[in-house]
Design a protein around this ligand. Structure first.
Ligand SMILES: C[S@@+](CC[C@H](N)C(=O)[O-])C[C@H]1O[C@@H](n2cnc3c(N)ncnc32)[C@H](O)[C@@H]1O
Length: 207
């Protein structure tokens, strides 16, 4: 029997993920947030923002972790923050997000308001390297997505705040080799790489 090459080239699960369906709103809150995500993407009001594969993963991890407090370094125009908001609207959590660029911070505020999640978000404007020192509350999920040569410094500041069993996520991991080294050589951490999007390092702070 001759089997077509295309039919055997990829495993069944892989083929079934191609053309994956967009996220589906399960209630009015999700619908409103997803509509702003769609609008921000369509109008191009993003700046170096996560691809949707990563946005969906951020939401999934934050919701699975039951996150009450997510900290994000690098808000940009709020695109990844909106994905987190999908989770936080269900977990009863909140987002603290840091952005140095006033124009992007203003757009992010606008997007959070339009999505009806501004009450869940504290946007700290200025240099996160300095402002992070003032953060004292426990963190369930941290997401590092700003200046790549600052990743290790952010990690060292965030690690004591992340609860045991919490997650530290880092974007564009191929551009932060020293960070990848730091999270893969520390026995208190377990790291896997999610490569469907732009390269997301997912690190568990072991209990
Ligand atoms: C890759 S973008 C973030 C994208 C965003 N997470 C998203 O997916 O929509 C990086 C952002 O980090 C900000 N940034 C860079 N250095 C920073 C610093 N020292 N403190 C705070 N924000 C910084 C930049 O202005 C930029 O908006």
């Amino acid at each position: 029997m001759v089997v077509a090459a295309a039919a055997v080239a990829q495993p069944r699960w892989r083929r079934s993920m191609e053309g994956a369906k967009p996220p589906l709103a399960n209630n009015a809150t999700e619908k409103r947030i997803l509509s702003v995500i769609e609008e921000v993407r369509r109008t191009g009001r993003t700046w170096a923002s996560v691809p949707d594969a990563d946005g969906r993963m951020l939401r999934l991890l934050a919701e699975a972790a039951g996150a009450k407090h997510v900290v994000e370094i690098g808000t940009s125009t709020g695109y990844s923050g909106l994905w987190f908001a999908l989770a936080l609207s269900r977990t009863g959590g909140r987002l603290t997000t840091f952005e140095i660029d006033p124009g992007r911070a203003a757009l992010a505020r606008e997007h959070f308001k339009k999505a009806g999640v501004d009450h869940l978000v504290t946007l700290v404007e200025g240099d996160a390297h300095r402002n992070l020192d003032r953060l004292k509350e426990p963190v369930d999920v941290a997401f590092i997505d700003a200046d790549k040569d600052g990743y290790v410094s952010y990690l060292n500041k965030l690690l004591p705040l992340v609860r045991p069993g919490g997650l530290i996520l880092a974007h564009n991991i191929d551009m932060a080799r020293d960070y990848a080294e730091a999270v893969t050589t520390n026995p208190a951490l377990e790291t896997v790489l999610y490569m469907e999007g732009a390269g997301l390092a997912v690190t568990l702070k072991k209990r």
